[in-house]
Design a protein around this ligand. Structure first.
Ligand code: GDP
Length: 194
């Protein structure tokens, strides 16, 4: 997809704050620091549209980005911060669960993991949670440029096996530095938003 416009439209916590539109939505989830903001910015050809916004203490919201007046990226606050309080964690969980289980416009979730490491227990939990609700998942393994090409397959296999990726769910190796995986990611997103 050729991105001509991309703007943040709304930050929402509750369903009555979600945009009142029928555009398809693709949500993005991943642990903090995985490269989610970099992924969004690369996909949308922007330098700083998405920021690392999920630091503890900051308001945890779902951020809706409208792209080409035809689809939304929904940025989900990152997980896995050790310092987050139990109360904050619960509020986060409730917000995600409500969105995932009620939002008819949701077509797929992009789950970002770091290609360099085996997925964390939080990553596994998130994938299982999404599969429990039968949400199509696109796994994007970030920071591929930090691994030599000859080791990509081996690392991809670790991700596949640790998450036990179901048939039909794509795994895309990605780099926001080189743009690797960008076209593939767009073609999968386009297919799911048809
Ligand atoms: P977020 O917390 O998931 O939004 O993560 P960020 O997008 O802020 O990225 C966290 C750090 O990883 C930053 O220092 C980025 O520059 C770096 N980073 C993200 N993606 C890549 C990538 O594909 N390659 C490399 N080399 N660094 C990356």
């Amino acid at each position: 997809m050729k991105v001509t416009t991309a703007d943040i439209v709304i930050s929402a916590v509750r369903p009555n704050q979600y945009p009142d539109t029928q555009f398809p939505e693709i949500a993005l989830a991943g642990r903090s620091n995985v490269g989610k903001s970099s992924f969004i910015n690369k996909m949308l050809n922007r330098k700083a549209l998405a920021r690392t916004s999920s630091k503890p203490g900051k308001t945890q919201t779902l951020n809706f980005f409208l792209i080409n007046e035809q689809l939304f990226y929904v940025d989900v606050p990152g997980y896995g911060y050790a310092k987050v309080s139990k109360k904050e964690r619960e509020a986060w969980g409730k917000m995600i669960e409500t969105y995932i289980t009620t939002r008819e416009q949701l077509r797929a979730v992009i789950l970002l993991v770091d290609l360099r490491h085996s997925p964390t227990e939080d990553d596994v939990m998130m994938y299982d949670f999404l599969k429990h609700y039968q949400i199509p998942v696109i796994i994007v393994a970030t920071k591929a440029d930090k691994i030599p090409k000859g080791k990509w397959d081996k690392h991809a296999k670790v991700v596949r096996e640790k998450l036990q990726i179901e048939e039909g769910d794509e795994l895309i190796l990605f780099s926001s530095e080189t743009g690797m995986g960008k076209e593939k990611a767009w073609s999968v997103i386009d297919r799911m938003c048809k």
